[in-house]
Design a binder for this molecule. Sequence first.
Ligand SMILES: Nc1ncnc2c1ncn2[C@@H]1O[C@H](COP(=O)(O)OP(=O)(O)OP(=O)(O)O)[C@@H](O)[C@H]1O
Length: 303
Amino acid sequence: MTTWYEEAFRPGTEIQGKWNGRSYVVERLLGAGSNGVVVLVRRGTARFALKAGHETVDHQSEINSLLAISLTDTSFKNFLIDADDMQVRGKEISFYVMRYIDGMTISHFIHKRGQDWIYVIGSNLLRKLTEIHKSGYVFGDLKIENMIVSKYGDVDLIDFGGVTPKGRAIKQLTEVYDRGYWKMGERVAEESYDLFSFAILLLKSLDQRKRFTAMNKMLPQNRDVDQLMVIMRENSAAAQIAPFLQKALRGEFTTSQEAFHYWKKLISGKKLTQPALKMPWLKICFAASIFIFAATVYVYWPN
Ligand SMILES: Nc1ncnc2c1ncn2[C@@H]1O[C@H](COP(=O)(O)OP(=O)(O)OP(=O)(O)O)[C@@H](O)[C@H]1O
C-alpha cells in the first residue's frame, strides 16, 4: 500500500510553497518519523532537506525552535531555509526546508570506521552543544537518531523539536536519554540535562552487547546509573572516557564548556595513561574536524 507521502513526494515531483512561492523538486525520501516526513529536494543546483509535518502544533513548535537557533551567531545560522504550506490531495500540509546533511548515524559510523572515532565525534558533538548552550538554549532531545555524522567525524544535529530556552521544562524527550527516567535530576532545560543525554548517547553507540534494549523495559525501582558502569567496563573505548561519563551522568558538570575542557584533557592523554589513546591519526582527524568547523563558521558568519 502506498502512503500519502510516498505519493506526494515521488521523485521528480515539484513542491510549490503557497506563501513564499519557492518551488523544490523531490529527489528521494530520507526518512519518516513520528513528527513528519523528510525528503531530499533540489532548488536549482542546491540540495536541501524538506520536512513535512503531520501534527501542525508540533511542527510549528519545531519550526519556532529551529528559527530561534537559526538566528544565533553559531554554526546553526541559516540552518532553516524556508517554511511554508503545500497542497496534498486538497489538504494543506506545512513544511520547512533546512540544510541537507549527507552522512550516517553515529552507530553506523562507528561500526564502519571503528570505535576510536568516538573521541573525535564526541568532541564535535560537545562543541555543538556548547554553541547551543551559549545561545541560551538546551537541545533537549539529544539521541542517536537526532544527529548525523559525516566524513571526518563531523557532527550535525537534526530535529530541533526539543530545543528549549534555559530554565523551562523540557518539552520533548526520549526515555532512556532522560535523566528523569534514571532519577538523576529534574526535566528542566539546563546544560547538565543535555550532558546527561550526551553520556547516554556515547554509551549507547558503543553498546555492542545491546544492553540498552533491556533498559527500555526496566521497572522504575531498578533504574540505576550504576548499571551503565557495566557497559563502561566491558567496552575499551567507553572505559577510556569513563571519568567523563561518570561526571556527566552524575550531573557534576554545570556547563558544557566545563565538560568540554575536561573532555579535551582526558582525550589528549593528560589524565589517561592507556596506550590506546596515543593515536597520531586521531590527532590528525581532530585537527581536520576543527578546520572543517572553522570553515563552516566562516561560510555562515554574517557578512
Ligand atoms: N537536515 C537533514 N539532512 C539529512 N537528513 C535528514 C535531515 N533531517 C532529517 N533527516 C533524515 O530524516 C529522518 C527523520 O527526521 P526527523 O528525526 O527530523 O523526523 P521525526 O519525524 O522528528 O523523527 P522522530 O520520530 O525520530 O522524532 C532522520 O532520521 C534523517 O535520516
